[in-house]
Design a protein around this ligand. Structure first.
Ligand SMILES: Nc1nc2c(ncn2[C@@H]2O[C@H](COP(=O)(O)OP(=O)(O)O)[C@@H](O)[C@H]2O)c(=O)[nH]1
Ligand SMILES: [Mg+2]
Length: 371
């Protein structure tokens, strides 16, 4: 029979853990087809949670406990996942909060989704049939919904509706694939990172509506400002990274170097007594040469242009395309000045530059270094 391990991370859950274990064991008896293990992942809780669990284990042989140092919720869950797979031989893992906020009565629905083919089932408060506590103040409800939406839309994975919760079922496959990467997320953001990276690795997501209830005993360990900061860092990093994995990031780096070269030459020639127009023309041409050389050697390395004649022809094409960017920029400023007055030129200079950058990138990737 496949082994299902229910992971319960605990930190100071002395009053909650026994009722939670009772409820889970009760529900699991009604789910056919699995051997159930319950694994409490405690981080040396000072309130004696581990001792309470130790006592409970004497009468329940399928309840396990792993104790370790408190290094954050993410590290704790990861330790639990490894224990579940390595020591208990889990075929499927369930994870729940131990503070009775997650109702074990929803467990059969998780297993049903799993049997229907999902390999990562998410308990969702924000889908029909799910809920956040009715007694929460309006503002807290709004924070909860907005916080989740920021992650959901920020990561561009809108088909999953609950990112910050910890009521889930998943297969060990994703843990094995991601365990090294997940070492970097020690706090609550771990939950988001694990779900997101599993999706990127092809997880078949299922969602189950859940009711979230406030804890009755003990208190939340979340540090909101730290959590919010980590969420924004995570989304930022994950969304920016792909840009730089492709050629666009290199293109931006090369362009920035070009801009510096252009500026240095202009200022140097003016300092030597040349007219600024001369400085800018010389600066622009040296920049064009630099851009051509670096984009050819680095940005579009795998489509590198070789041979004297071909390089010369492409270089001429590159110059014409660069003039195109200048024309685009000048035209944007001209239209802006015409519509909004000459004093608006800075705004349209920026706008024109952005359009010019887009033009350049399109020309480079589709024409000059076309596949
Ligand atoms: N092992 C371990 N469990 C933790 C840690 N922080 C929180 N937990 C547990 O994770 C679950 C959710 O935490 P909680 O503080 O209730 O978060 P909230 O429900 O988002 O306010 C509870 O079972 C906590 O006991 C930690 O650092 N280590
Ligand atoms: Mg809680």
């Amino acid at each position: 029979m496949p082994k299902a391990v229910v992971i319960l991370p605990t930190y100071n859950e002395r009053e909650n853990i026994v009722p939670m274990l009772d409820l889970i064991l009760g529900v699991c008896r009604q789910i056919a087809g699995y051997t159930f293990f319950i694994l409490v992942v405690d981080d040396f809780s000072p309130d004696g949670t581990a001792a309470v669990v130790g006592f409970y284990q004497k009468t329940h042989k399928n309840v396990y406990l792993t104790s370790g140092p408190k290094l954050g919720l993410g590290k704790g869950i990861l330790r639990g996942m490894r224990y579940a797979i390595g020591t208990l031989g889990a075929d499927v893992i369930v994870q729940m909060d131990a503070d009775l906020s997650h109702d074990p009565k929803a467990l059969p629905a998780f297993f049903k989704k799993f049997e229907e083919g999902a390999d990562f089932v998410v308990g969702s408060r924000y889908i029909p049939g799910g809920s956040i506590p009715k007694n929460w103040a309006v503002l807290r409800k709004i924070y909860s919904v907005i916080g989740n939406s920021i992650v959901r839309f920020g990561l561009g994975q809108t088909h999953v509706h609950d990112w910050t919760g910890g009521y889930r079922l998943y297969t060990p496959k994703y843990v094995r694939m991601l365990e090294d990467e997940l070492e970097n997320y020690s706090g609550y953001v771990f939950q988001i990172a694990f779900l997101h990276k599993s999706i990127l690795h092809g997880a078949r997501i299922g969602e189950v509506p859940i009711h979230f209830t406030d804890r009755m005993h003990g208190h939340s360990k979340i540090a909101p400002s730290e959590y919010i900061k980590n969420i924004f860092f995570y989304i930022g990093r994950e969304r920016v990274r792909p840009l730089f994995a492709g050629s666009f990031g290199k293109f931006v780096v090369v362009g920035t170097i070009g801009f510096v070269i252009n500026t240095v030459i202009l200022e140097a020639l003016v300092a030597f007594g040349f007219h600024p127009v001369v400085g800018s023309v010389v600066g622009a041409e040296v920049t064009i040469i630099s851009n051509f050389f670096f984009n050819n050697a680095w940005t579009f390395r795998e489509r590198k242009i070789g041979g004297k004649r071909r390089t010369a022809a492409k270089f001429v094409q590159f110059n014409i395309s660069s003039i195109g960017a200048v024309v685009i920029q000048a035209t944007t400023i001209w239209i802006g000045s015409y519509l909004f007055g000459v004093s608006s030129y800075r705004l349209f200079y920026i706008l024109g530059t952005i359009v010019g950058i887009a033009w350049n990138y399109m020309m480079y990737s589709k024409v000059i270094w076309k596949k």
